[in-house]
Write a protein that binds this ligand. Sequence first.
Ligand code: XMP
Length: 486
Amino acid sequence: MTDNFRRKIHYNDLIATFDDVLILPGYTQTYDVDISAQLGKYEFNIPIMTAAMDTVTEEEMAIQMALLGGLGVLHRNCSYEKQLEMCKNVKRARSFIIRDVATIDINARVSTAKHKMEDAGISGLVVVDAKNRVCGIFTKRDIPYSEEEARKGKVKDYMTEDVISIEPNVSRQEALEVLYNSRIEKLPIIEDGYLRGLITKKDLKPEFPHASIDKEGRLLCALAISPKYPETTAAQNILKEIDDYVDIFFTDVADFYKERDIQNVRKLMNFLDSDFVLGNIGTYEAAEHLLTKADFNEEKFIGIKVGMGSGSICSTSIQTGVGAPTIFATAQVADAIRDYNSEIGLIADGGFKNPGDLPKAFSVGADMIMSGHFFAGCTESPGYIDTIQGRKVKVYRGMGSKEARTTNYVLDRYVEGAKTLPEGVSDYVPYVGELSGVIESLTEGLSNGMIYAGAHNIEDMKNAKIGLVSAVGMMEQKPHDLMGKY
Ligand code: XMP
């Protein structure tokens, strides 16, 4: 690293925003750039996340984002039951290990097995005994030709007893090799004689080779979480159940640099098994505190999310006079991460208006970016497409807006007990079609920016030189002196 971010944007003198800075062109040696990112043990083919907002990320968006190689963080402006359902749907969306395996008792009749397969639309069943131990496999090909035998016969007389199986914790590649070498379609996972899952050849074929997946091949699942510890046993129990489906929790609070939130989240991290991204914060001091004084579980604390008041639907800064624009916050926290723990990932959240803002965030130290604004108008975001004056639109609302607060689930995102002042707005954004198109524009802007800056990958981008733009320069950056309005 040639320069530190503090010197890069002189952030002690100026609270800069994206439009205040430009990346200087670097020496380009390749057009081949790698935009993949790492956050804790997770790898992403694109360094982009969708915001945990109720007009941006529910399961449809989360599934599509993970399939495309990024991450959609599910919102929490709903009951724990609905959150659980969303997480289950993300995890079940595409999996090479089926956990819910269809079985048949060894003493069942062939006719029962036949009906079970027809009802479930599948071609085979795993045969188990009364103790649920695997005894064989029964497929459609094992059904006897004679109708009489099929009606009277028992599964145990027609099943294949020698089951080719595999142990748990198998990799995708190992499973593929066994399936191809043995020319079978289905591979039960067996541990000490008991069925633990099933792998099928069909599910192993990668339709989305860049998808963000866990080690079992299931899509990664991320969920926003309140900074409060749930009070009732019922709430604690369901949160624990949600934990089984979540890979990363994102603490969902406008300003996480608060003693009470930090204490509660420390407790939550001990209670839950999943990893945590903490935030939002906006200064070097806050990051220093989280990294050195807060005593969070070191293994589960994998990232920090930054930015306050710069989101397109935010009104925190005008209502309270407090804020930390995303590029400023990213630069500050990147410095603290470099000073104290470079393993921690950094997510720049909110305020992105154009694809060109992405390379700027990476140039001051971000590992990934998060946006609601780019994605609220997608087909995959929740809500209906409306038409206003002939234009297709969708609703996009801040989680601190009057409209989002009516549900009461996200009141603790802001100052506790605050009743009247909304800290966000609700409005329309243009309908922009499918997520894949938006992601394509963003990744193209990012890649081209990296090429101009002479960077090969995101880590390299942190070495890009940036400078502050004068007020006149800001006007010149956009198309100007033309008849049209831009
Ligand atoms: P963009 O610019 O993508 O920003 O619209 C999305 C981020 O803004 C945060 N957020 C809010 N901040 N009041 C705020 O001050 C709100 O009502 C609000 N809702 C969301 C959040 O961090 C999100 O990712």
